[in-house]
Structure formats: structure tokens, C-alpha cells
Design a protein around this ligand. Structure first.
Ligand code: HEM
Length: 189
């Protein structure tokens, strides 16, 4: 796969890889979050995530493991953390999928109470934070200096899927840039 520079993240012709509609599990989650869509659905779902994060009260004093801290801040029990981890491992469409991960996603939806885009926003915040903060912890442990999430993917105007190098842009760029940057400084200073 071609490896392109992060400037393509600011080029509107490069789209996130599309995901199929799904009624449940990871397929429903991916089809309902900002991460895997563009255009008006992205703007609408991204606004839900931004509003959710703006209202979160998370401080270093809360202490504990970041996923448990975020669960509590979102009004969910910390014992949901293993389900967040299962979903995070299968979140990317090219990651290994499993019935266990689908069941975990459905349990988190049930715990949130409704299957809608607000629930998807809560779950995607948990899942994206879990994956990225886990990668950051591993990078710090290993003394690695590059971006904790080294690459992302886009579909080029030609229709080919390309990899995008996040060196120099660890939180991405453009319309999909990470909304969790400020929270990262609180949760993992
Ligand atoms: C070390 C910490 C983190 C890193 C390096 C990181 C990195 C990234 C990157 C590179 C993207 C853009 C992906 C792309 O354009 O293809 C992204 C998106 C995203 N991140 Fe983070 N992230 C981190 C922490 C967090 C946290 C703590 C949260 C939530 C509280 C979060 C929530 C999100 C969400 C919801 C998106 C999707 C935004 C969209 O598609 O509009 N991230 N992150």
C-alpha cells in the first residue's frame, strides 16, 4: 500500500474508507460514528462527539486507569472496561473481527440505553481513547519517539486505499483530526 504524507488529510478528495451498514455489533458502531464517514453525516456525528467531550469533567485527581476514568465521567460503570477493550481491538475494519467483540459492542449499546448516534458517540470516545492511550502507554514504555498511532488510511481519488504517515501529525489533521487531544493531556500527562 502507498504511504503518503499527512497533508492529504486536509485534502477533501481523500475520504475515510467507507464501511457497510450493520444492524448490530461492530458493523453498527462503525456505521454510526464520525471516524468512518465523510460529508454531512461526519459533521453531524462529529458535533455530537465535540459536545460530549466539552461537557466531560475529567481531572488528574480522579486517578485510575484512563478507560475506567472515562467510563465514570460518561456515567457508565467502570466494570464495562473489558467490553471497551474487546470493541477497541476490532474497531478498525481491517482488524480481526469476532463474535465476542460484536457481543461486547451490543452490551455497551444496551448499557447506554438507546441505539442511536448519541450512544455511538459515547462508545466511540471510549473505544478511540482506549486504543490510542494504550498505544501511547506502550510507546512510552518502549521509549519510542514516533507517533503512538503511526499511520491511518484514506481512499485516494483514484479509488485506491492508501496509508497516511502520521509522523509530525500524531493527532491527525483536517476534519477528522483527533478531538481528544486536550483530554489526552489530562488522562496521560
Ligand atoms: C495518545 C492519544 C491519542 C492519539 C495519538 C490519537 C490520535 C488520533 C488520530 C491520528 C485521529 C485521526 C484519524 C484519522 O484522521 O484517520 C484520531 C481521531 C479520533 N480520536 Fe484520537 N487520539 C488520541 C486520544 C484520543 C482520546 C483520549 C479520545 C477521546 C476522548 C480520542 C477520540 C478520537 C475520535 C472520536 C476520533 C475520530 C474523529 C473524527 O473522525 O472526526 N482520541 N485520533
Amino acid at each position: 500500500m502507498d504511504l503518503l504524507g499527512s497533508d492529504v488529510l486536509e485534502d477533501e478528495r481523500y475520504l475515510v474508507p467507507a464501511v457497510p451498514h450493520g444492524a448490530g455489533g461492530l458493523a453498527w458502531l462503525r456505521a454510526s460514528v464520525p471516524r468512518f464517514c465523510d460529508g454531512p453525516p461526519h459533521a453531524r456525528r462529529r458535533a455530537l462527539v465535540d459536545a460530549l467531550l466539552a461537557g466531560l469533567e475529567v481531572g488528574p485527581a480522579t486517578g485510575g486507569e484512563p478507560t475506567a476514568v472515562l467510563l465514570r465521567a460518561l456515567g457508565l460503570p467502570a466494570r464495562c472496561a473489558p467490553d471497551v477493550a474487546l470493541v477497541a481491538a476490532a474497531y478498525q475494519p481491517h482488524a480481526p473481527q469476532s463474535a465476542d467483540a460484536d457481543a461486547a459492542a451490543d452490551r455497551l449499546v444496551a448499557r447506554c440505553g438507546r441505539r442511536d448516534e448519541e450512544t455511538a458517540a459515547r462508545i466511540c470516545v471510549l473505544v478511540q481513547a482506549h486504543g490510542a492511550l494504550g498505544a501511547l502507554a506502550t510507546a512510552r514504555r518502549d521509549g519510542a519517539t514516533g507517533p503512538p498511532v503511526p499511520t491511518t488510511r484514506r481512499v485516494a481519488p483514484s479509488g485506491r486505499t492508501v496509508e497516511v504517515d502520521l509522523t509530525g501529525a500524531p493527532f491527525g489533521r483536517g476534519r477528522h483530526a483527533c478531538p481528544g487531544r486536550a483530554l489526552t493531556e489530562v488522562l496521560a500527562p
